[in-house]
Design a protein around this ligand. Structure first.
Ligand SMILES: [Zn+2]
Ligand SMILES: [Zn+2]
Length: 586
C-alpha cells in the first residue's frame, strides 16, 4: 500500500472509531451521517442529543483510545438493499443514503467489533490494532448541514487531526500554531493597520499606520511600472447599467455586483472591474499602431459581492483595489508584451523574497474568436513560460481558460507551505469586439487590438494580508508602517530628539517619537508592538556627540555611538533599494 492509500485507509477507519465512540458516549439516539477523510485527518457529521463543546473533547478522545485498544476485528459484509434498510432503520441519514444508491450497486457494510456497523464502500483495516500507533487529536466541532444545504438538518461536525505518528501530529499542530501567530487579522489589529465595521462587511477601513504602508506599497508599484512605460488612469466607481450590458458583466456577473437604482429611468452599478474604464479611455480618440502597446494602469476601488460566510479578513473582501492594468496590443505584440509583464512580476516578487510558480490555462470548449489567434497566443505563452521557468517548469490546465482568452496565473508558496494565488495575466479577444475597438494599422486599414488584463499583487488588500503573514509583521524597512521609533531617555533630550525627527521628515521616513516623561523601557516596548525596524534611543551622550543608539529589530545588542549622518545614509539607501534585509551596521 502506498503512503497516500495508507493515509486514506487509516484516516477513514478512524472516522468509524469516532462514530462508535460518540454512540457509546451519547447513546443510541445519535444519528451518524458521513465521515470522510480529509487532508489532515477526518471528520464525522452527527445529529446529537447535546451540543458538543471543547470540554467534551477529552472524553471522546479517551473513548476512541479505549475502543482501539480492544483490538476488535473489522468485518466486511455485502447486504441487499432490504437488509441494509433494516440494519439502519433507526438511522435517518443512512436510510436516505441507501435509498439514493443506484439499483445495481453492491451495498457493503463494515462491522467494528459486533456492536457497531457503518454503511461504507471501504476499504478498511482488518483489525483496530492497526490504529494503535495513530496519533490523533480533536481539532474542532462546528455546525454543518446535511448534504451541505441550508434547507436540511443542521448537524455537528467533529473534526479530528490524524497522523501516522506523534511526531507528524506535532508538526501539524506546530504549523497551525505558527499560522495563528501569523494571522493577518490578529497582527492587523495588534499593529493597528486596518479594521472592519459592521455597517460595511468585507470593506476594510485603513487605519493611519496601515494606510501609510498601503501607500508605500503603491508608490513602489508605481515606480516599477513607470520604468515599463505604463500610464496611470482612474475612472468612475458608478456607471450606468448600459456600460455593463455592453461589457457582458450585466448578463454574466450580475450576482457579483452592487446595483444602485436611481429612478425609474436609470440604474447604475458599482464597478466590479476596471476594464470598461480602460476601454473608454482607449476609444476616447482614434488610435494608431504607433501608440501600441498602450498600457493603462489603474488602482481604483472596486466592489464585488460575496456571501457573508465567505468573508475572511483582507483575503476575502467585498471592497478592494486591484493593482490593475489593461494593455492594448497588436496580435504580433502579444509575446513581447507578456514577456515584459513577466519581467515586472519577477522584479516585484523578488523585492519581497517571494518565489512563485506559473500556471497556464488554455482554450476551453466554448471558446470564442479565431482558432488561429488562439493557437498562436497559446504557443506564445508557452514559449515565454518555457523560457522563464524551463521545460515542464510550469503547470498547464488544459481547457481551463476563459472563453475570451488564455491566461497565466502566478502563485506563491509561503514559509508554511500554503499556496497563494497572486498575479494574473489574461488575454482577451472578446471585449475589443464588444466595444468595437480599432486602431489604424501600418497599411492604413482599421484593425482590432488584443486586450490584456493583468495584476501582479492581485489586490492591494489581499497582498498586504499575504505579506503580513509572510513577514509575521516584520516588514522590510521601506514598507514598515512605522519605520523608526524615537525614544528620548528623559525630557531634557527632547530637543535633540526633535532635531533628529526633523531630519527624518526631510527623508519622508515614517517615525513615531515619544516626548512624554514615561519610562524609557515602556517607550521601547510600545515600539516593539509595532515591529518597528529601528528604535533610536537618545540620551546625554548622543545629544552631545550627534550620534544615535540604535535598537535593531531582532538584534539583542544596541548599535552604539552611530553617527547620525551614517544612520540616515543607511536609511536612505534602504528606501531607495527597497531592501529586503535590515541594515545592521552603519
Ligand atoms: Zn468506511
Ligand atoms: Zn480587466
Amino acid at each position: 500500500m502506498d503512503r497516500e492509500e495508507f493515509l486514506k485507509n487509516y484516516r477513514h477507519s478512524m472516522a468509524h472509531i469516532l462514530a462508535k465512540a460518540v454512540i457509546a458516549l451519547y447513546g443510541d439516539s445519535v444519528q451518524y451521517a458521513i465521515g470522510p477523510q480529509v487532508d489532515d485527518g477526518f471528520y464525522y457529521d452527527f445529529m446529537l442529543p447535546k451540543t458538543i463543546g471543547k470540554e467534551d473533547f477529552p472524553a471522546i478522545e479517551n473513548k476512541m483510545h479505549e475502543i482501539i485498544k480492544k483490538k476488535e476485528p473489522w468485518r466486511r459484509e455485502e447486504v441487499t438493499r432490504e437488509q441494509a434498510l433494516a440494519l439502519f432503520a433507526s438511522q435517518k441519514y443512512k436510510t436516505e443514503l441507501i435509498r439514493d444508491l443506484p439499483e445495481d450497486e453492491t451495498i457493503t457494510v463494515y462491522y467494528t467489533g459486533d456492536d457497531f456497523v457503518d454503511l461504507c464502500r471501504g476499504p478498511h483495516i482488518d483489525n483496530s490494532q492497526e490504529l494503535l500507533g495513530v496519533a490523533f487529536q480533536i481539532k474542532s466541532v462546528s455546525g454543518s448541514y446535511w448534504r451541505g444545504s441550508e434547507k436540511n438538518d443542521q448537524l455537528q461536525r467533529i473534526y479530528v487531526y490524524a497522523y501516522p505518528d506523534k511526531a507528524q501530529l506535532k508538526a501539524q499542530l506546530d504549523r497551525i500554531r505558527e499560522a495563528l501567530e501569523r494571522d493577518h487579522k490578529k497582527l492587523g489589529a495588534e499593529m493597528e493597520l486596518f479594521m472592519f465595521h459592521e455597517t460595511a462587511p468585507g470593506m476594510p477601513y485603513w487605519l493611519p499606520k496601515g494606510w501609510a504602508m498601503y501607500n508605500a506599497l503603491l508608490e513602489y508599484w508605481r515606480g516599477e511600472h513607470k520604468k515599463h512605460a505604463y500610464q496611470e488612469i482612474s475612472g468612475p466607481v458608478l456607471s450606468e447599467k448600459q456600460l455593463w450590458v455592453t461589457s457582458g458583466h450585466w448578463d454574466h456577473y450580475q450576482d457579483g455586483m452592487f446595483i444602485v437604482p436611481i429612478d425609474e429611468n436609470s440604474t447604475y452599478a458599482i464597478k466590479p472591474m476596471n476594464c470598461p474604464n480602460a476601454i473608454n479611455v482607449y476609444r476616447s480618440r482614434g488610435r494608431s499602431y504607433k501608440e501600441l502597446p498602450l498600457r493603462f494602469s489603474q488602482t481604483d476601488v472596486i466592489h464585488r459581492r460575496e456571501k457573508s460566510g465567505e468573508l475572511n479578513g483582507l483575503f476575502r473582501v467585498q471592497e478592494f483595489h486591484q493593482d490593475d492594468a489593461h494593455i492594448f496590443v497588436t496580435e504580433e505584440q502579444i509575446e513581447s508584451e507578456i514577456s515584459d509583464i513577466m519581467d515586472i512580476a519577477k522584479t516585484i516578487y523578488a523585492t519581497f523574497g517571494l518565489t512563485y510558480t506559473a500556471e497556464l490555462s488554455t482554450r476551453p470548449e466554448n471558446y470564442m474568436g479565431d482558432i488561429n489567434l488562439w493557437n498562436q497566443a497559446e504557443a506564445d505563452l508557452k514559449a515565454i513560460l518555457t523560457k522563464k521557468f524551463g521545460e515542464g517548469g510550469f503547470e498547464i490546465n488544459e481547457g481551463d481558460g476563459a472563453f475570451y482568452g488564455p491566461k497565466i496565473d502566478l502563485g506563491m508558496r509561503d514559509c508554511l507551505g500554503r499556496q497563494w494565488q497572486m498575479g494574473t495575466i489574461q488575454l482577451d479577444f472578446q471585449l475589443p469586439l464588444n466595444f468595437n475597438l480599432k486602431y489604424v494599422a501600418e497599411d492604413g486599414t482599421l484593425k482590432q487590438p488584443v486586450m490584456i488584463h493583468r495584476a501582479i499583487f492581485g489586490s492591494m488588500e489581499r497582498f498586504i494580508g499575504i505579506l503580513t503573514e509572510h513577514f509575521k509583521g516584520h516588514f522590510p524597512f521601506w514598507l514598515a508602517p512605522v519605520q523608526i521609533g524615537i525614544v528620548p531617555i528623559r525630557p531634557e533630550h527632547n530637543e535633540y530628539a526633535r532635531s533628529v525627527a526633523e531630519r527624518l521628515d526631510k527623508l519622508r521616513v515614517r517615525y513615531e517619537a515619544d516626548y512624554t516623561d514615561q519610562n524609557m523601557k515602556n517607550k521601547i516596548k510600545h515600539c516593539k508592538l509595532d515591529r518597528v525596524p529601528y528604535v533610536l534611543v537618545l540620551g546625554d551622550k548622543e545629544a552631545a556627540e550627534g550620534t544615535v543608539s540604535v535598537n535593531i529589530r531582532g538584534v539583542k545588542e544596541n548599535a552604539m555611538d552611530v553617527p547620525l549622518e551614517a544612520f540616515l545614509a543607511a536609511v536612505e539607501a534602504q528606501m531607495e533599494n527597497h531592501s529586503l534585509e535590515l541594515a545592521q551596521t552603519f
